[in-house]
Design a protein around this ligand. Structure first.
Ligand code: MN
Ligand code: MN
Length: 465
């Protein structure tokens, strides 16, 4: 009997739990690491705020602003901002850049509700904002919760005004109303995609009429009066604005044991934060390491701040020019990338959408996906056996807990990441991210041990690949 058990231990693959791989000291590191993570989630709720956070910590850790005139040497650290919505942190390696760079790429945009360009109106004693949602949301999840408003308005004279209302102690919040159950008989029989219409995601922003004016829209006037006094803006300025409504509550520990994190925006700020901290931890890596935090992944990575933009390639070309005139194609061909994006965590409430053997679990560590896509692996790059072997090898040698994860049962649905765009450049790429429960909802859940293991995975990859 005993011998038989030993034999299967030798031949069978057994899923790991991160807590079995960590001693008390490392468990304390997990909790400390996630205190910083929780603080980040409550502070940086838009891509612009994430860029600012990343630059602040980079500067505090000796990173300098990128400039073509810099004469970068091994060990030098730089950051480069891409149009205020994406950012790259780099640490120059000892090895010639023609041997390639190691990239960890995560995205800092998250599903949300954007204001339209002419948003403010008054109807039946209340003032509201018209919106257009961004990314794949279940619209009904965004009603009847507190929302905050973040973004930037560029005034006619060119002055840029930062807006953030709803996060501070005494701040008001906003909300999208929902129908009372008493009168929701028709609504409750609708398909979930139709329960709340896109054009009904209007945000409640006021109700008190302005005094002493002949204007018929006195509530709208009162809201504009407040905005004008506080920010100096007029209604026309909404045209020149990026304004986003996001859940107003802060990130929290979840569970009696506080082993989980609940917050808005963890897809993909969990990987972005872990990658950022990994980049900060580097001293003088062998190969040049880049932490690339991109925008617009949730809508297909289009645009000049997304992963399909050539800004990443251009930066590598500039680095090649600076570091000995190496052609960018030589750098790219020898480079490798972890596409650091979240995966789904197996959810006991919804077992029917996943295939248990090939799904990532909470506390199983960083989840690696050989491929993403839908149907017959449509729309995905696929990491090779050779690449996975090499990456798992360095993870094993450094105590990184990892697991393989697939985005749902075959033919159930699917999804994609930035991996395919990186692969198209002719670079090695593997998806590696944190498993998430309630993905794309206003309150996503991750496990602290997995967040920490993602950080450890990214740091190990940047240092040793
Ligand atoms: Mn994502
Ligand atoms: Mn997503």
């Amino acid at each position: 009997m005993d011998d038989k058990k030993k034999y299967s231990d030798e031949l069978f693959f057994r899923k790991k739990n991160a807590y079995d791989m960590m001693d008390e000291r490392e468990c304390a590191r997990v909790s400390e690491f996630c205190d910083g993570y929780i603080d980040f989630l409550s502070t940086a709720k838009t891509e612009r705020e994430c860029v600012r956070y990343a630059v602040d910590v980079a500067v505090n850790n000796g990173f300098v602003k990128y400039d073509d005139a810099l004469n970068l040497k091994p060990g030098d650290k730089f950051y480069k901002i891409q149009r205020n919505k994406a950012v790259v942190l780099g640490v120059i390696g000892k090895s010639d850049i023609k041997n390639g760079v190691n990239i960890v790429m995560a995205h800092i945009d998250a599903p949300r509700v954007d204001l339209k360009q002419n948003p403010l109106y008054e109807d039946s004693n209340v003032a509201l904002f018209k919106t257009h949602y961004y990314g794949g949301i279940k619209k009904y999840q965004w009603t009847a919760i507190p929302l905050s408003l973040h973004g930037v308005v560029i005034k006619k004279d060119g002055e840029s005004v930062e807006i953030s209302i709803g996060e501070g102690e005494g701040d008001p919040v906003f909300t999208i109303t929902d129908l009372l159950p008493h009168l929701a008989a028709d609504q409750m029989t609708k398909k979930a995609t139709e329960v709340v219409a896109g054009e009904s995601l209007n945000i409640l922003v006021g109700s008190r009429p302005f005094k002493d004016d002949d204007e018929s829209q006195k509530i709208k006037l009162s809201v504009m009066d407040i905005l004008n006094k506080k920010y100096g803006i007029t209604e026309e300025d909404f045209m020149r604005a990026d304004l986003e409504a996001v859940p107003a509550f802060p990130a929290k520990s979840v569970g009696f044991d506080q082993s989980l994190v609940g917050a808005y925006g963890q897809d993909d700020r969990v990987c972005a934060y872990s990658a950022l901290m990994a980049a900060l931890s580097l001293e003088a890596p062998n190969k040049t390491a880049l932490c690339v935090l991109v925008d617009r992944e949730e809508i297909g990575s289009m645009g000049n701040t997304g992963a399909q933009s050539r800004f990443i390639e251009y930066l590598l070309a500039d680095l090649g020019d600076m570091l000995g005139g190496v052609p960018v194609r030589k750098i790219i061909q020898n480079s490798a990338c972890l596409s650091a994006d979240v995966n789904l965590a197996y959810d006991p409430n919804y077992p029917e959408v996943t295939e248990k053997m090939n799904t990532a679990f909470i506390n199983g560590g960083v989840a690696l996906s050989k491929y993403t896509g839908a149907r017959g692996k449509s729309g995905t790059s696929e990491a090779s056996a050779e690449l996975i072997a090499k990456i798992c090898g360095i993870f094993d040698s450094n105590g990184v807990c990892y697991q393989m994860g697939e985005l749902g049962k075959v033919d159930q649905g699917g999804g994609g990441t930035v991996a395919q765009f990186v692969a198209n450049l002719d670079m090695e790429v593997l998806d590696a991210g944190v498993p998430i429960l309630s993905m794309h909802s206003p309150f996503e859940v991750s496990a602290k041990a997995d967040v920490y293991m993602a950080y450890k995975a990214y740091a190990t990859f940047m240092e040793r690949y």
